[in-house]
Write a protein that binds this ligand. Structure first.
Ligand SMILES: NC(=O)c1ccc[n+]([C@@H]2O[C@H](COP(=O)([O-])OP(=O)(O)OC[C@H]3O[C@@H](n4cnc5c(N)ncnc54)[C@H](O)[C@@H]3O)[C@@H](O)[C@H]2O)c1
Ligand SMILES: O=C(O)C[C@H](O)C(=O)O
Ligand SMILES: [Mg+2]
Length: 607
């Protein structure tokens, strides 16, 4: 276990101001229960050629490594050099070839030496996030059977029913703080990928380490394999998951129940993030567990906060006061777990701002799914979408099932927000129609992932909807050159700006639950993070370079909300009384101080 490995508080906003090796770090000793070659084969402890001679003697490593000791800085430079030469050598090759090659080189380091891996990740987060996270992680999941070399995380399958309580003790880590769990049923916009979806929890937890400084020895990616309905996978002889159709109903829930009980028996304070569950289970499990366990659903709740922060930003970008939010017309395309989560939080915020007039708030919002505009006339209306279905008399003459183009033309929305998973549905006609928006700076949020599934790309958005728009996408795109020295700024509206802070803040507050108040505090913190000057330029979210800083702020906001709701029991040596007496600045310092930072610590062997 790491005794002390601290990252000194830094309140600079750009990591370029806090580049490699400049952070004052005080490494403490780390206890290791193995010796010799076993250490070299354990990525948690391995330092490769970086073991000092005294440590080689202490740990029985003498003779198992070449004699020269290479410093951490030299190892880092060598890795980056090989990464850069790979980049050079693959120039011009297709995206999938290049990004998978980059993923492989990073994954090899991850499997060998975690300290070096996370240091490289943190210091190059802008370059590496698109490889270990969205969008490349989607490609990795699709090709998982072929890419599989070493297992990572835990797999609980329908065949393990009745065994999970003992299986959970197979995990070698003593303490687990953060778990990301998926059943692989809706991986990004790629559909049911069964067991191959494990790539998503791994990528999300890498972001937890990079952005929130969660100790990588205390994270656990989990795949709940209840089968797959993906015929291609079922027929693939190399498919690594259960070859059976997905469990349904009570059978399904009993597996998730057993897992949740097992996890919380071993680690009562572990936080579980549900990720990429198909809608029905996303909502059902959230309802079932949120008052029993410390958990949240990232696609429903994390996404909602990020979208709300962006929506509030677009009001400021129009030069309007925030109170003008109550006059914005918003079209949400996609009535799944993410779209409904966004609409729910948006309507709550709108009604709070307009004095709790929920009906008026709903009137401003339009929801579409694969069958067009959702109204109360809809036959077999999904109960989850029902609260947001338009009353036909308030639909500006639009009919049940009206097309996206009809809706945009008629409503002239301030915001068009896509969470449909369908690439290209914001086509030229739809984008051109946004030129007639009632907003001087219409906002287009093309939030579906990965890149191919985005409702439109950045270049098309600026080309067809005009240079005045504010643009955000779930997957990263380059800024767009608008000519005459002007730049169309591309924002990445991705829940990565919130989930790490929600997890970290909850952990450090010691709350047993994640409440709406804590989630709202996280969203408000993100919304108020950007300066007016940045917002005027169409920049709604911080650069990913400053993700540690924004995560510390979000984490602190979550801690303070938990304190306010009397849920904060404290963490480690900091109790609820201390938390209560912390100022806002002290809370941010407390959170920052608790972020793990990768440095080689002296290893001490203990039997
Ligand atoms: N940017 C982010 O942070 C973020 C967060 C969560 C989800 N997402 C993305 O959002 C997408 C949807 O996720 P989800 O969990 O809501 O999925 P989901 O399967 O629960 O819902 C998809 C919805 O889109 C609708 N839809 C399908 N085709 C459509 C069409 N042609 N026109 C209009 N609507 C259509 C479906 O009817 C359904 O309501 C995925 O691509 C996911 O990657 C992005
Ligand atoms: O994984 C992401 O990049 C965001 C989101 O959780 C998604 O499901 O698309
Ligand atoms: Mg997701």
């Amino acid at each position: 276990m790491w005794r002390v490995a601290r990252f000194a508080a830094s309140n600079v906003r750009s990591s370029s101001q806090r580049r490699l090796f400049s952070a004052p770090v005080i490494p403490g000793a780390c206890i290791v229960h193995k010796r010799g070659a076993d250490i070299l084969h354990d990525p948690w402890f391995n330092k490769d050629t970086g073991f000092p001679l005294t440590e080689r003697d202490r740990l029985g490593l003498r003779g198992l490594l070449p004699p020269r000791v290479i410093s951490f800085e030299q190892q880092y430079d060598r890795f980056m050099e090989s990464y850069r030469s790979l980049e050079k050598n693959t120039q011009g090759q297709p995206y999938s070839v290049v990004s998978l090659a980059k993923w492989r080189i990073l994954n090899r380091l991850h499997d060998r030496n975690e300290i070096l891996y996370y240091r490289a990740l943190i210091d190059n987060i802008k370059d590496f996030a698109p490889i270990i996270y969205t969008p490349t992680v989607g490609l990795v999941c699709q090709n998982y059977s072929g890419l599989f070399r070493r297992p990572r995380g835990m797999y609980f399958s329908a065949k393990d029913k009745g065994e999970m309580m003992s299986m959970i003790y197979n995990w070698p880590g003593q303490q687990v703080d953060m778990i990301v769990l998926t059943d692989g049923s809706r991986i990004l916009g790629l559909g049911d990928l069964g067991v191959q979806g494990i790539g998503i929890p791994i990528g999300k937890l890498d972001m937890y380490v990079a952005a929130a400084g969660i100790n990588p020895q205390r994270i656990l990616p989990v795949m709940l394999d209840v089968g797959t309905n993906n015929q291609k996978l079922l027929e693939d002889p190399l498919y690594l998951g259960l070859r059976q159709p997905r469990l349904e109903g009570e059978e399904y829930l009993s597996i998730v129940d057993e897992f949740m009980e097992a996890v919380h028996t071993r680690w009562p304070k572990a936080i579980v993030q549900f990720e990429d569950f198909q809608m029905k289970w996303a909502f059902e499990t959230l309802l079932r567990y949120r008052k029993r366990f410390c958990m949240f659903n990232d696609d429903v709740q994390g996404t909602a906060g990020v979208a709300l922060a962006g929506l509030l930003g677009t009001v400021r970008a129009q030069g309007r006061p925030l109170s003008d939010f109550v006059n914005q017309k918003i079209v949400v395309v996609g009535a799944g777990s993410a779209g409904l989560g966004v609409l729910n939080m948006t309507i709550q915020a709108l009604s709070r701002m307009s004095g709790n007039n929920e009906i008026a708030a709903k009137n401003q919002c339009y929801l579409l799914d694969k069958d067009g505009l959702i109204t109360k006339e809809r036959k077999n209306l999904d109960p989850s979408a029902a609260p947001f279905a338009k009353d036909i008399k308030d639909a500006e003459g639009l009919k049940e099932g009206a097309s996206l183009l009809e809706v945009v033309k008629k409503v002239k929305p301030h915001v068009l927000l896509g969470l449909s998973g369908v690439g290209g549905i914001f086509n030229e006609q739809v984008l051109r129609a946004m030129r007639e928006s009632d907003s001087p700076k219409p906002a287009i949020f093309s939030m579906s992932n990965p890149t191919m599934n985005a409702e439109c790309n950045a270049a098309d958005a600026f080309k067809h909807a005009g240079p005045n728009i504010v643009f955000a996408s779930g997957s990263p795109f380059e800024n767009v050159d608008l000519g005459n020295g002007k730049v169309g700024h591309v924002n990445q509206a991705n829940n990565m700006y919130l989930f790490p802070g929600i997890g970290l803040g909850t952990l450090l507050s010691g709350s047993h639950f994640i409440t709406d108040g804590m989630l709202q505090a996280a969203a408000e913190c993100l919304a108020s993070y950007m300066t007016d000057e940045e917002i005027q330029k169409g920049i709604l979210y911080p650069s990913i370079d400053s993700i540690r800083h924004i995560t510390a702020e979000v984490g602190a906001a979550v801690v303070r909300a938990a304190v306010e709701e009397d849920l904060a029991e404290g963490h480690g040596e900091v109790g609820s009384r201390e938390l209560k007496h912390m100022s806002k600045e002290e809370t941010v310092a407390y959170v920052t101080h608790n972020m793990w930072f990768p440095v080689y610590s002296p290893l001490v062997h203990e039997k």
